[in-house]
Write a protein that binds this ligand. Structure first.
Ligand code: NAG
Length: 375
């Protein structure tokens, strides 16, 4: 018996001879050798593996003054029946309502897993006031920043978007080492983003759950970001919140391509002038090109890690002022009291989240798996 097994194993080894890949990897869960076409990272969420996924612990939002507090708490992130759930909850459930307008939240912890992960934008400590409430929603953002980052490869994430007004789910990648400087000089790859509103129109088109988008951000500094040239959306009248879909990225030294369910959504193949030329930055000779010694794919020629999160609201215009929603948007993007305005509008949005039925699954970002293959 044993010799049969041994020879089968030997045969398998022969037929699976490793062809080295141009994909490179790092992190505690990265394979030591990268063979062409091999799966190099996977999570089916049969259990919640916090060695792979580090939680963000911050009040900072994602730089857009969103309204959530990202924490490591099984109310907001858990696995169940082979799915990852990121589920929003009210901060007042934990601390009481009056805490939002008068409490002080210091989220810096002593244990290594409890450290505040982003101090920017008052991310580790905030004090609530009546005009500036503490982050009214708790949610989660998890990332493979320590466990896995890679350069070039194929990614497939099977996920179901949440439904609920002003929810903003995202599955995306950020640069591991900022080789070309801080955002957006080192790039950002947004595999999928959507909006949880089921019936929101902007200029007559559905931009809520019926729309999913992929985007690349890149530019020499925040005010100069040519994302609009690399932003693609697809509409589904059934809504991306009603079924699981495969969100796919193909990232090579020649092009970046996004697909949904194996149908190409968009692709960028920069010429020899790279993303500097593609973004139209070459017309301005006063700015130094941070990518000038990189390849034509720079800044997308460095390692990136994976992030999964559920944000709420924000003031950067992802939820434009003037959208038509059954219950109007309760804050203006220019408002200095946006979080308070949002919180005061809860009679409008909270019922749409449906948190009290089906364990809040409707408002949860659900992920079946994340898979990454080498080129
Ligand atoms: C986790 O979240 C729930 C719901 O907000 C809260 O009741 C609980 O105290 C939190 N746990 C910790 C350890 O903070």
């Amino acid at each position: 018996m044993w010799y049969v097994i041994t020879s089968v194993v030997a045969l398998a080894a022969l037929s699976n001879a490793c062809t080295p890949s141009i994909t490179t990897v790092s992190g505690t869960h990265a394979p030591s050798t990268v063979c062409s076409g091999a799966m190099i990272f996977a999570d089916d969420f049969e259990e919640f593996d916090l060695e792979k996924w580090q939680h963000e612990n911050t009040l900072a939002g994602g730089g857009n003054w969103e309204f959530q507090y990202y924490n490591n708490n099984r109310t907001n992130s858990f696995t169940h029946s082979g799915l990852l759930f990121i589920r929003p909850s009210l901060t007042s459930d934990q601390f009481g309502k009056s805490f939002l307008t008068s409490g002080r939240l210091n989220i810096e912890g002593g244990a290594p897993a409890d450290r505040c992960t982003n101090p920017q934008w008052w991310g580790c400590e905030r004090t609530g006031t009546p005009t500036n409430v503490l982050n009214p929603i708790k949610s989660a953002r998890i990332r493979t920043v320590n466990s896995f980052s890679f350069r070039y490869g194929k990614v497939e994430v099977r996920a179901k978007m949440p439904a609920g007004d002003w929810l903003w789910p995202a599955i995306w990648l950020m640069p591991a080492y900022n080789a070309y400087g801080t955002w957006p000089a080192s790039g950002e790859i947004d595999l999928v983003e959507s909006r949880g509103n089921k019936n929101m129109l902007h200029n007559g088109v559905h931009i809520g759950t019926q729309e999913a988008g992929s985007t690349l951000h890149y530019g020499p500094y925040p005010e100069l970001n040519a994302w609009e040239r690399t932003h693609w959306i697809r509409r589904s009248s059934a809504g991306y919140d009603t079924a699981f879909h495969q969100y796919q990225l193909e990232w090579t030294p020649d092009y970046i391509k996004f697909s949904i369910d194996n149908v190409e959504l968009g692709r960028v193949t920069p010429g020899n002038g790279g993303f500097w030329e593609y973004g139209g930055f070459n017309s301005n000779s006063n700015i130094e090109n941070p990518w000038r010694y990189g390849s034509k794919m720079a800044p997308f020629d460095q390692k990136f890690y994976i992030i999964i999160n559920l944000a709420v609201g924000g003031t950067n215009g992802f939820f434009p002022d003037g959208v038509q929603n059954p219950i109007p948007k309760p804050w203006w993007n220019g408002s200095p009291t946006a979080a308070t305005d949002f919180w005061n509008g809860q009679a409008g949005w909270l019922p749409t989240w449906n948190l009290n039925s089906n364990d809040g699954q409707d408002a949860s970002l659900q992920v079946d798996y994340v898979r990454v293959w080498a080129l």
